[in-house]
Each structure stands twice: as structure tokens, then as C-alpha cells.
Design a binder for this molecule. Structure first.
Ligand code: CU
Length: 88
């Protein structure tokens, strides 16, 4: 899984170097303040292999970096556990 690219200069970029990392963006509805953001980050962060969770409160965009495959249903369950909903 994930993309593999050869750098034009033959040198791996930071992203290519960490070839096992996968980034996915989700849309979460219902977050209104920094506590909501913390709750969502905490719950998604508990999913195995998740390395980083970025939440943009304004747009509801949640960016998740995970090692290997990331199960959308696991993310959905985590978001719901935090008390919010995954759009779509
Ligand atoms: Cu809140």
C-alpha cells in the first residue's frame, strides 16, 4: 500500500524515506472547540499504528498518518467514541 516514487535527483525525500507511512484525510462533524479537537485526537490516536493526528477545527478536517493500512471503520468508531461523526 502507499505510493512509491523515485526522486528525480536519486535522493529520497523525507516522505519517500518513510515508505510505510500512509496519510488519510477525514471530515468530522460536530466539533466546536479545542476540547472537541483533543477528544477526537485522543481517540483516533489510540488506533494501532496511528502515528499522528492533525485536526483543523474550522473545517473539521482530520489528517491521520498511519503505518500500514488504516481502517476507515476504526476511525469512524474512534470518532463516534469521542462523541462526533465522520461525514460520508
Ligand atoms: Cu468542544
Amino acid at each position: 500500500m502507499g505510493t512509491y516514487r523515485l526522486s528525480a535527483v536519486g535522493r529520497a525525500s523525507a516522505r519517500d524515506y518513510d515508505a510505510g507511512m500512509q496519510q488519510k484525510v477525514f471530515l468530522v462533524t460536530g466539533m466546536t472547540c479545542s476540547h472537541c479537537v483533543t477528544a477526537v485526537r485522543t481517540e483516533i490516536g489510540r488506533i494501532p499504528d496511528v502515528e499522528r493526528v492533525d485536526v483543523d477545527l474550522g473545517s473539521g478536517q482530520v489528517t491521520v498518518d498511519a503505518r500500514g493500512g488504516l481502517d476507515q471503520e476504526a476511525v469512524r468508531a474512534a470518532v463516534e467514541e469521542a462523541g462526533y461523526e465522520l461525514a460520508g
